[in-house]
Design a protein around this ligand. Structure first.
Ligand SMILES: [Zn+2]
Ligand SMILES: [Zn+2]
Length: 60
């Protein structure tokens, strides 16, 4: 399986990292990804599509 994070060779270990800009999310997961994505990358790819495209390992 492959997703945007896999394509960018982002580790499946935490912390989570934005595959578009490299932003590192504080905490134990994707806290704030929806606001971050909508503010910065919504024009590239709608948030809903980005989120649904994540593989099981990166989504958790
Ligand atoms: Zn992945
Ligand atoms: Zn980003």
């Amino acid at each position: 399986m492959s997703c945007k994070c896999c394509e960018k060779k982002i580790s499946i270990e935490r912390p989570r990292q934005c595959p578009e800009c490299g932003h590192i999310f504080q905490g134990n997961g994707w806290d704030g990804i929806d606001a971050h994505w909508r503010a910065k990358h919504e024009a590239v790819l709608p948030y809903k599509e980005f989120w649904e495209s994540l593989c099981k390992e990166h989504k958790s």
